[in-house]
Design a binder for this molecule. Sequence first.
Ligand SMILES: [Mn+2]
Length: 666
Amino acid sequence: MPFLFAGENIYEDESMKKFSKWRNLAAFTIFLSVLTIGFLIFKQQYLSALVVAVLVVLLMVSFYGFWRSLHRYGLQTEVDISRVLGRDAKEALDFGNIGILTYDSDYVVTWQSPYFEQNGMHLVNQKLASWMEETKTLFSDEVDTVTGKYEDRVYEITRKADAQILYVKDITELYNLRAANNRNEIVVGILELDNYREYQNYEGEELLAKINMHLRGPLVVWAKKNGMLIKKLSSDRFFVVLNKQIFDDIKAKNFSILQEIKDRATDLDVSITLSMAFAYGTDDFVELDDMVNQLIELAQSRGGDQAVIRSANGTVQYIGGNSEISSTRSKVRVRVMARTIEEAILQSNEIYIAGHIMTDFDCMGAALSMSSWAQALNKKAYIVLRDVARDAQLQDTMDHYRESLRERHHFLTPDQALERFNKDKDLLLMVDHGIPSISSCKEIIPLANRIVVIDHHRRGDSFVKHAMLTYVESTASSACELIVELLQNVSSHVPIFQSEATIMYLGILVDTNRFQMHTDARTFEAAGMLCVWGANSTVAERSLREDFTRFTLRNTLVQLAKPYKEDFLIVCYEDGPIDKTILAQTSEALLKVKGCKASFTIARADKDGFPTAVSARSDGTYNVQKVMEKLQGGGHFSAAAAESSNMTPKELKKALLAAIDQEEMV
Ligand SMILES: [Mn+2]
């Protein structure tokens, strides 16, 4: 009977529901009593009716009073904790500031220890979840401890297994300290504007002022706005110190400054991007310094335009770099590079051009064109490739163009070059390689103070350390492709004749395996340009023909191929010696066989003492580098080699099979 309890909202109280049948019985009794009174009045027995009415009212009042006090004081059974646990336990709980709750199967609190009362919480008859949302996970997930907030305080709540008891502890101070500690953790960083120096050296004051205003300025403002300490290390590098909270903020925004700088650079039509490195996770400042320096190098070597971050005990993370990898070779960068190299040539006395040993078309083409460029700038240029081992087909082509090449270029042996070279005034130009050990000028490199590298191979550990300028673009097919682009961006006219153009064209042709590998639109553009400059494709095709002996020798080797484990083809040739180019060509030829993932050709090589060599090639799905490393060799994922001075071809084959098996076990 709702009217009985008008103004009371006890219906809303869940825990009272279980008593509602008694309330309904009371209401039914009252209803019967009213009927009885009505009947007595009808029988004109007024006195009895009055007595019954008074009794009913009394009953009603006493029931209502009982109901209210039951509601108000709830079902709490006032149990002193010391009676349950003993005095010592109570004191221990008080000392540890720990509260205890019990709850029923509906997750309603049935009892609370005095701790809660002392802290202003009245939880009895309340649902646990309405007190603290986080307790739900205690029961739904298999966790025993949760942390939750209630009115500015943080509590840790532990569930006792197999009993409906919770231990509650106020950890607000600890929580705040921990959070503050995390926020205040030191993060150090380096910000670097990629390519900035090139603009600084070779562009006018006007553009540089614009770059400073629109790129460098906003970068400093961004750092300061985010509360970092920023100090200039050099014109293009900044050192920043920040805390973890600031770091997390800028990381959450995905280092938006990267995009901002890039957009602004696009507006200015300059190819400047931002590289960032951040290190944290240790309070050892020396370690942080080392880490951040390595990270910025990493960002640079990956093409810039990205943030590289690492926690002391974590792995390196890369963020950004949304632009395609090739974007580092923007047309603007090519133009800037062309000017930079031109400047380096002009500021030098004589120019020495180094290639790699076992000189190929690409290397020679690059050397010849650089020689033409330097001479166009009125410099004496020497190609240090005389008496350096070279590819047989290259030799034939050089012989074909002997007269015209001799007229325009000066060749020196490495010894002659070493004698003449002035380490402070002369420039050493390394083309198609960046590794001193394979250079035709490996004796000059340690002395030279002015070194420029133009290469298309991936930069490795053994890369020359003290180069003044490096133009290494692994996205380019060949050194000749890079140089064709550079030559289109120089101010002076560089004469390129048929002989140079044809050899450069052959360089692209061989390095791309006839436009089958590493070829993109810019490769074709470069090849097209070379045709415009007079490259003779008939001579080029003829140059790539083999002589009969080599042709039959290679076919003999191919016929010796034996399959191994379905995926591999292996050639083992007992006689010899055989030139390593043929070994490589044999392996390459075998890759044309359907289903062949990797091929290996073993024979005695044409070296003193005839060491045994193996040349490995893969179709790109199998790592031959790893296999060759097991044989103390090396190379790349899809092209590698190894040698042995004490094994016969048969023994080397056995070692190779073992290496393949071992690789498969992993
Ligand atoms: Mn090359």
